[in-house]
Design a protein around this ligand. Structure first.
Ligand code: 5AD
Ligand code: SF4
Length: 487
């Protein structure tokens, strides 16, 4: 195919590699949808593509290294196909900017998180003019908060149903950016100031998605429960927002990630309790179980605050599951401090925890003023210890569910079933879905159950998964020979 300039020929094949959080997954979905409107089609084979995009993450150094290695591998292939356009988008683009061109001179495009709508045009420019294109937002230090905020545009174009990874699940962005400035975290720089989207636009988006068959929406925000938007003199919080689209026909389940402990207000917990479509599941990262570490991290709460929040969660929504994030080996973390995090996991028995070794990030306060003094070997040991503990707890709590029945929203063939084959003619395949408390359940069933709610009895488990059987509703005859009833 050709673009607007007759000289700029390319094969229309687009390869995109996405790493990082759900926000990145959504960004990639939207960018791909926009490029399809410009005539591109996706390929899973990078060797096939004249347009290659990397949607990147800067939260840890490891994720960045992997992208730079992947870029390095394209250096020679690009020599053979000079028309290829290679782009780096997302957090690493905003953070590293021109450094990307220095480290990988064959890159044509660097596009920050706030300029994603410009990608189709920037690709055309790069191809037609053979000139590097860079579009990024203002740095937080370089202008007023408002000016910096204006330079980060929330990218929420009309949704393309074909582009969703699943026909009945969708992410919906409700806010961008973060103003919490935890000392270890690069997100306030890469995603800019915290800005909540208008409830009107969010509700429209959810209604459109539900009309297209979406049953489950996951609201996204770096601190999703800090959502606040004033419209026509009224302030909307997350609880108001959820209530305003909760009754949308077709919609069955509502989730939201990631929560900030200090903003876990009672009105939100009451909404989780009272609105039947809301999952009884909260992801609320604790990061550490040691007050000294929490202070150094500038998390804005103590262990006692977190405990009080957990108490309120369980008081209001008794069966609510909670998951967490932890950083091990943060600056100055002693074995005693690490043990306090382990104690926190023992106390609250999280459904699951994401555990990360501290990674110093340029531009953060911790990197500027603290010493990354925990040796890698110690970080690794603490990481493994914590993983083992969390796995033990997850498995015990899953085992306690054996014999119970749950209504499962079926997500489709499980990952192992997909690997085994995608043959529609096989009626029974291993399906995967989730309970209302977000526990993953696998069971055999017909793939046509995807998107429906099915009752499953739990027979077995691992630390991460419940394993069950569909509870079939059989016609039974009553003892007195009366009318059959549904059992
Ligand atoms: N090093 C390690 N983990 C980090 N996270 C954020 N920044 C860093 C860092 N510099 C973790 C936090 C956060 C999750 C998304 O990533 O636990 O909740
Ligand atoms: Fe990063 Fe803290 Fe904001 Fe989460 S709340 S995105 S950890 S700065």
């Amino acid at each position: 195919m050709t673009t607007s300039a007759e000289t700029a020929v390319h094969n229309g094949k687009l390869f995109i590699h996405t790493v990082g959080c759900q926000m990145n997954e959504l960004d990639s979905e939207l960018v791909v949808a926009a490029l399809r409107k410009h005539g591109y089609e996706l390929t899973a084979d990078v060797a096939d593509a004249d347009t290659v995009l990397f949607n990147t993450c800067s939260v840890r150094e490891h994720a960045e290294h992997k992208i730079y290695s992947a870029l390095g591998r394209l250096k020679y292939s690009k020599r053979k196909r000079p028309d290829q356009v290679i782009g780096v988008m997302g957090c690493m683009a905003q953070k590293d900017q021109k450094l990307i061109f220095q480290k990988a001179p064959h890159v044509d495009l660097v596009v920050g998180t706030g300029q994603l709508s410009e990608i189709p045009l920037l690709i055309d420019n790069a191809r037609e003019n053979r000139e590097r294109q860079m579009a990024i937002s203002l740095a937080r230090r370089d202008a007023t908060r408002q000016k910096v905020a204006d330079s980060f545009e929330s990218y929420d174009p009309l949704r393309d149903p074909e582009m969703r990874p699943s026909a009945f699940q969708a992410y919906v962005r409700i806010m961008i950016g973060c103003d919490k400035f935890c000392t270890y975290c690069v997100v306030p720089m890469t995603r800019g100031p915290e800005q909540s989207r208008s409830p009107k636009h969010i509700v429209q988006e959810v209604q459109q998605l539900a009309a297209e068959g979406v049953k489950e929406v996951t609201l996204l925000g770096q601190t999703v429960n800090s959502y606040r938007h004033t419209e026509n003199g009224r302030e909307y919080r997350l609880s108001d927002l959820i209530a305003s689209f909760h009754d949308t026909p077709g919609l069955e389940r509502i989730k939201f990630v990631t929560n900030y402990p200090r903003d876990m207000t009672d009105d939100l917990l009451q909404a989780v309790r009272d609105l039947p479509k809301v999952a009884h599941y909260l992801h609320v990262p604790a990061q550490s179980g040691c007050d000294e570490m929490l202070k150094r991290m500038k998390r804005g709460y103590t262990v006692e605050h977190y405990r009080e929040m957990m108490h309120r969660i369980h008081e209001t929504v008794p069966d609510c599951s909670v998951s967490s994030d932890f950083i091990v080996g943060f600056c100055g973390e002693t074995d005693a401090a690490h043990e306090k995090s382990m104690e926190l996991i023992r106390e609250f028995r999280f459904k699951n925890s994401f555990i990360f070794k501290y990674s110093a990030r340029t531009g953060t306060k911790a990197d500027a003023i603290m010493l990354d003094d925990v040796p890698e070997e110690t970080k690794r040991r603490r990481n493994n210890e914590m993983l083992d503990l969390q796995n033990e707890i997850s498995e015990e709590d899953n085992a306690a569910r054996i014999g119970r029945e749950y209504d499962i929203l079926v997500e489709g063939p499980s990952k192992s079933a997909v690997k085994a084959g995608d043959d529609d003619s096989i009626p029974q395949t291993q399906l995967s879905g989730r309970t209302r408390c977000d526990r993953i359940v696998v069971f055999d069933g017909n793939r046509r159950l995807t998107g429906s709610t099915t009752r499953v009895r739990i027979d077995d488990c691992t630390a991460t998964t419940l394993i069950g059987t569909i509870v079939t509703r059989e016609l039974q005859h009553t003892a007195d020979g009366g009318l059959p009833i549904l059992g």
